[in-house]
Design a protein around this ligand. Structure first.
Ligand SMILES: CC(C)(COP(=O)(O)OP(=O)(O)OC[C@H]1O[C@@H](n2cnc3c(N)ncnc32)[C@H](O)[C@@H]1OP(=O)(O)O)[C@@H](O)C(=O)NCCC(=O)NCCS
Length: 407
């Protein structure tokens, strides 16, 4: 039997591709959301493994920009719908699809590939490192009181529904994420998806509600959430489930949380896609009551290392020769980086290295999370103590990376 071929998808593949994804991801087929999903996919960046006319593997790339430390954005390719038919798994199809993805990203002059992983064991071997952690917080309403010195909100609240909330959400989102490393800038079709509320996906909860906080006549923040009712022997046991919360400043952040932590009939408040650690903890009178979980979030695979390193800012001024090891693709080599808070330059060099990274570990610290010192302590980054300290001082960043756009 000849090997499956890898080919670019065409719109006529859509029905078969949807059925393939339902099969691999064990989802019940549904008509709901199909029209948006069709718009959401970039067919010229969707690769299919085709076995005599049957789709047996898929991987697609979304064309994104992502904020880096300092506020610039870099072009990135967002890998999604990675799926291999159960009858064809572990025969090297993912490996072939990954190579296609990375070549596509390189040929389009994007600096990196990014993804959310279904399992954290899969993508390290292809040079991806977990770079933008994603937090989840849970707190009982009974423990939502703020510290006494936190001032009461000075603005006002509005509750909107989708899609009416769209214009306010777009304005706040752009302002609130402009300096957040790791934030992915939504494409138009991502906004369409974000502003659509399919009844079949509510799992017994309310439609999305959008809480907007205004101050001085301007929207300063919003939170998108659902509520689920519940009744126990002692009375109401409702839940508030926050999908995203964006605020342009700390006052708006506190005001949104004050509202969400005190909604009638709710006893539990949960929120996802949170920065790690969540600054909410600093507001609470009884912070231990905030349960925080952290997951790996966005993984980054640097491809144009020089462009990626030159695009971000560094916390302190410094200069380093960084050796990058890349067993799977073409990012390996030595790079001279000189940078600081006002800008950076980076180019390939033959000079001796100060520090040496596997490409996945360089990706993992690229957005300012993680610690180079800890990686060196674990033996995962090489270099003498002074170079490691300099590298840490340069790469760390005061604003935690975060992202709420899933793909
Ligand atoms: C994950 C998946 C895409 C792997 O595809 P595949 O074609 O079987 O993978 P390959 O045969 O190309 O394997 C490549 C390598 O990855 C490893 N690998 C594949 N899936 C893995 C997993 N789930 N966990 C750990 N390692 C995995 C293989 O062992 C192989 O390792 P090696 O290079 O060291 O030999 C496939 O199992 C699948 O579709 N799973 C369900 C959907 C899913 O989780 N998709 C990922 C969405 S992010």
């Amino acid at each position: 039997m000849p090997d499956p071929i890898i080919r670019t998808a065409v719109p006529e593949d859509f029905a078969a591709l949807s059925a393939h994804l339902d099969l691999v991801f064990a989802e019940a087929p549904s008509e709901e959301g199909q029209a948006e999903f069709r718009q959401w996919l970039e067919f010229d960046r969707t690769f299919l493994a085709d076995d005599g006319g049957m789709i047996v593997g898929s991987a697609a790339t979304n064309t994104y920009r992502q904020v880096v430390p300092g506020g610039a954005t870099i072009p990135v390719g967002g890998l999604t719908i990675v799926a291999v038919r159960p009858t064809h798994r572990r025969s090297g199809l993912l490996r072939r699809l990954m190579r296609h993805h990375l070549e596509d990203v390189r040929d389009r002059h994007e600096a990196a590939g990014i993804l959310y992983a279904s399992e954290s064991s899969i993508y390290g071997r292809f040079g991806f490192g977990a770079a933008v952690p994603s937090g989840e917080v849970t707190i009982g309403r009974a423990h939502g009181a703020f510290r006494r010195e936190i001032p009461a909100p000075r603005g006002t609240y509005r509750l909107l529904e989708l899609p009416d909330a769209g214009p306010v959400m777009r304005t706040v989102f752009a302002a609130a994420t402009a300096a957040t490393p790791g934030a992915i800038v939504p494409r138009e079709q991502d906004w369409v998806a974000r502003l659509t509320d399919h009844p079949g996906r509510r799992e017994g909860a309310t439609p999305w509600r959008v809480l907007v906080y205004d101050r001085d006549g301007e929207p300063r923040g919003y939170a998108r959430y659902r509520q689920k009712d519940g009744w126990g022997d002692g009375g109401p046991e409702g839940k508030v489930m926050v999908r995203e919360l964006h605020a342009v400043d700390g006052e708006a952040f506190a005001a949104l949380w004050r509202f969400l932590l005190d909604i009638d009939l709710a006893v539990t408040i949960e929120a996802g896609s949170r920065p790690v650690p969540d600054p909410l903890r600093q507001l609470l009178a009884d912070p231990r009551r905030l349960m925080e979980k952290s997951s790996d979030g966005v993984w980054v695979r640097l491809i144009d290392v020089a462009a990626a390193l030159a695009a971000r800012r560094y916390r302190v001024e410094g200069s380093l020769v960084i050796e990058v090891r890349d067993d799977f693709f073409e990012a390996g080599g030595r790079y001279r980086l000189s940078g600081g808070p006002d800008g950076a330059v980076c180019e390939r060099t033959d000079a001796a290295a100060d520090v040496s990274f596997g490409v996945e570990h360089l990706g993992s610290v690229y957005f300012g999370a993680g610690s180079v010192t800890r990686l060196a302590w674990l033996g995962l980054v090489g270099g003498d103590a002074a170079a490691i300290r300099r590298c840490d001082d340069m790469f760390s960043w005061p604003i935690s990376p975060a992202n709420t756009l899933h793909f």
